[in-house]
Design a protein around this ligand. Sequence first.
Ligand SMILES: Cc1ncc(C[n+]2csc(CCOP(=O)(O)OP(=O)(O)O)c2C)c(N)n1
Ligand code: SF4
Length: 299
Amino acid sequence: MVNEEEKSVIKPVIAILKSETVKKLGTQQENTWCPGCPNFVILDSVKQVVAKFIDEGKYKQEDFAITTDIGCHAKIFDYLNLSGIYCLHGRAIPTAIGMKLGNPNLKVLTFAGDGAAYSEGISHFIHAFKYNPDMTLVLHDNQSFSLTTGQPTPTSQQGFLSKSEPLGVFDKPINPLKLALASNATFIARVNARDIKHMNEIFAKAINHKGFSFVEVIQDCLIFNLDANHKDKMMYKIEDNTDLSLAEKLVGEFDYNSKEGKIPIGVIYQNEKIPSLEEKWPQLKSLMEKGVGWKGKDL
Ligand SMILES: Cc1ncc(C[n+]2csc(CCOP(=O)(O)OP(=O)(O)O)c2C)c(N)n1
Ligand code: SF4
């Protein structure tokens, strides 16, 4: 039986799912994710958040554009009815920055995996914080290169056994949130792929942030690196944080290795005082002031 408290959560979610705008954001493409993959929840969350912005009249569907990397997560490209580019592996971030240079008025969302952005694409990851373009990175971290059948990524835990490292991973994982903070990130958040309500709130805050917003989604892969799954008990929600010293402490709480300890979720750091790429470059500033978009006015 569903209790009253659960009903208050489920009712608005069902209403959103029935929304015509959410339906319009879907496609007819056959979905090939494994049944139960957390990518389904992330897809639903993105649709709900984008639909809410559209229904509130804040943005139109054509104001959004996406880039995706290559991987299981990247199939979201086929299931979201938004314009965009399905990029080369590791290159979803620079392609998105290119979109912003072409049309700074677009709301650009980028989807990348831990394999993609923390490995082959890591230089783009670091420089994106430095440039601070006004866009959002959704980072699907399942601690595994899953599409290519489960090789270790930079965030895989020590000892992870795979066909490519049959003796287990020797090295400690990197901490991408620490790296982001050290690279002058202006928005760092982390969410749990099992908690769509919280994910919706944080995605909306990330999209509203002026600058480069990075949301790491902690998600299980049901097939590969099973030892890294089920971290829910370690996760706890934090208040939105704008204090740098506290952020330095928070990003160090989870080392991507241990099965114990705490994993803070929520807005770990936000700073809107640093100008975005669009505010720094006069050419982009001018395009923004003119309100140049895909429709109506020429670039
Ligand atoms: C330039 C290039 N390098 C490597 C690959 C092979 N490749 C495709 S998907 C993938 C794994 C993606 O893993 P991740 O980014 O973690 O996403 P997941 O599948 O876990 O969602 C790899 C290594 C490729 N397609 N192109
Ligand atoms: S292999 Fe893992 S990440 Fe890929 S679709 Fe299946 S459960 Fe999802």
